[in-house]
Write a protein that binds this ligand. Structure first.
Ligand code: F6P
Length: 319
């Protein structure tokens, strides 16, 4: 392999830049030319492709967002879009592509692989919802952003003796809610992976209230539904004073944590190694702190799971 490309796609996540840097530097270390594909699959189709040098990725390891920009691209879901993307890569003589992103990005990489173009997926999303890896790049930073918000909301919740409902991102996955709920000492955590009974939630609030606890924090994963609707239900039944915070896109920004920078560096570099070894069609990940790779054609068929033990623990600690 003489030339490879790298792109970021879908929702950005803190640490994507560190992953791009690792891809570029590792490839150049092995005397391979690297091309940045700008604006994700949309830029791939329109040929937004530029050669990257060592200096192109200087001073970005600590920056959130992605220097390659990103996009969500409906057109790339079509056969024609994918063929057009491959022809753009071929124009530049690019023989393999590293795709950094989440679920939608992996689906694109899977299609390119099915068309015979070697791709390696690197999991970059705050949702932590990609199977075959314990952690995705950006999850840890987003988690810390949520925790910072929860701690601050707790201060005002205590002062005003209010019940706070905090809605966090995660798409269909409850990881951000579960981890932030456990780390933030939330009274209740609602995630898509576990059924909940509204009567239990109310009973828990009432028990706390009866023993003199006048404020509560409830974390709702967006995959469960709207935090605003949930707050209304609680208010209607309990009459407790409630407030809602939808944390939104603040969770996607900020300087990546050391954990995310290291993870991104390791995964990005491993993706390059796989392409050099002629092993396209893989998705890299980390399991038990060891780098792993799986078949990108089947990885998304696996169900996303959460640590059930952690969920159980969260209910035990918030009786
Ligand atoms: O996948 C990352 C994510 O932030 C999800 O948590 C969220 O549901 C979605 O993207 C929001 O997408 P957009 O930035 O397009 O509004």
């Amino acid at each position: 392999m003489k030339k490879m490309g790298v792109l970021t796609s879908g929702g950005d996540s803190p640490g994507m830049n560190a992953a791009v840097r690792a891809v570029v530097r590792k490839a150049i270390y092995h005397n391979i030319e690297v091309y940045g594909v700008y604006q994700g699959y949309a830029g791939l189709m329109s040929g937004q492709i530029k050669k990257l040098e060592l200096g192109s990725v200087g001073d970005i390891i600590h920056r959130g967002g992605t220097m390659l920009y990103t996009a969500r691209c409906e057109e790339f879901k079509t056969n024609e879009g994918q063929i057009q993307g491959i022809s753009q890569l071929k124009k530049f003589g690019i023989e393999g592509l590293v795709v950094i992103g989440g679920d939608g990005s992996y689906r694109g990489a899977k299609k390119l692989t099915e068309h015979g173009f070697p791709c390696v997926g690197v999991p970059g999303t705050i949702d932590n919802d990609i199977p075959g890896t314990d952690f995705t790049i950006g999850f840890d930073t987003a988690l810390n952003t949520v925790i910072d918000a929860v701690d601050k909301i707790r201060d005002t919740a205590t002062s005003h003796e209010r019940t706070y409902i905090i809605e966090v991102m995660g798409r269909h996955a409850g990881d951000l809610a579960l981890w932030s709920g456990l780390a933030g000492g939330a009274e209740t955590i609602l995630i898509p992976e576990a059924d909940y009974d509204m009567n239990d939630v109310i009973a828990r609030l009432n028990r706390g209230h009866d023993r003199g606890k006048k404020h509560s924090i409830i974390i709702v994963a967006e995959g469960v539904g709207s935090g605003v609707d949930f707050a209304k239900k609680i208010k209607d039944v309990t009459q407790f004073e409630t407030r809602v915070s939808v944390l939104g896109h603040i969770q996607r920004g900020g300087s990546p944590t050391a954990f995310d920078r290291v993870l991104a560096s390791r995964l990005g570099a491993r993706a390059v190694e796989l392409l050099i070894e002629g092993k396209g069609g893989r998705a890299v990940g980390i399991e038990n702190n060891k780098l792993v790779d799986h078949d990108i054609l089947e990885i998304l068929d696996r169900p996303h799971t959460i640590e059930q033990d952690m969920y159980k623990l969260s209910t035990e600690l918030s009786i």
